[in-house]
Design a protein around this ligand. Sequence first.
Ligand code: AMP
Ligand code: TRP
Length: 335
Amino acid sequence: MKTVLSGIQPTGDLHLGNYFGAVQNWVRLQQEYRCFYGVVDYHSMTMPYKPDQLRENTWKMAFYLLACGVKPENLFIQSLVPEHVELGWILGCVTSYGELSRMTQFKDKSQQLEDNSGKEAFVGAGLFYYPVLQAADILIYRADYVPVGKDQEQHLELSRNIAQRFNYQFGKEYFVAPEPLFTETPKILSPADPTRKMSKSLGEKHYINLFGEEDRVRKQIKSAVTDTGDTPAGQMSPGVQNLFELLRACGHLDAHSALMADYEAGALRYSDLKEAVANAVVGLVNPLRERYQELNADKKAVKAQIQASSAEIRKTAQQTLREVRELTGLPGLRG
Ligand code: AMP
Ligand code: TRP
């Protein structure tokens, strides 16, 4: 059976874009592959953060993923498997400074820090090293496939290069060069500004919370922007396209074709489209929120379960490290 690994940062809320662009796919892949899904809290230390909030958001993200249908035995918290960092160190020694300097995410995020606090912004070495830790996340489980968004393509390519360089340097086909699995779903757009993608960083009105209350979800869809002003005649505006896309993504295909026929006949009422989309999204969000509340009612037991699965997954990581230490010339504690 082939192996899949992916990771998500504990950023607080999950939105519809994260669900249709990532998490839904993770859940499906579990039927076919051996899957490892990590809440990558070490990665979240690379940008400014508050310790209490990191811990809270890490548990919250793990609970959200369970509520979405990630199987507990496939879920781990990255920092509960500290071997990721150990392997990250070793892999850093077969990664070049030049490669890391070319990473666009590093350039974007260090720019963001400078925009926020001027020229003397603190850009941590952790931010520079981020892609090496990501490579370690993947290689430590010898993952064949990595479901990610297009924005992670460059990091995946680097992981492949690191795997190949390690194998060459230590004379053994040890690591698997991982392949990305990109999702089919186009980017979900912001309801408040459909010229931009749905994202938490734009602010609250720009994303629909996957675990949001029904009233708010309905309101957001009702007030979604449909006319952005500059759409050429005869073309569907991005806001309307986005609403159709949500309907399709939610699996309401009959409503989708009926409303599309209205659109083509020039008889579509946006209020009807929005009503259909709101029903579809609420049909997705309500059961997820209930499931999340159930998990929260038993918080202690659920946390213990995640700790136990992380400990179990750690055994695989430890085995890799024993072999890597052997290959790279580090001594063992025993024997
Ligand atoms: P982020 O926390 O923004 O890096 O997103 C985590 C995952 O969700 C990534 O795999 C993204 O590709 C996916 N994602 C984020 N925003 C969207 C969006 N608006 N539409 C589709 N997928 C998204
Ligand atoms: N860098 C990824 C992101 O920002 C998160 C991530 C960390 C990841 N480690 C990973 C994704 C390993 C896939 C595999 O979305």
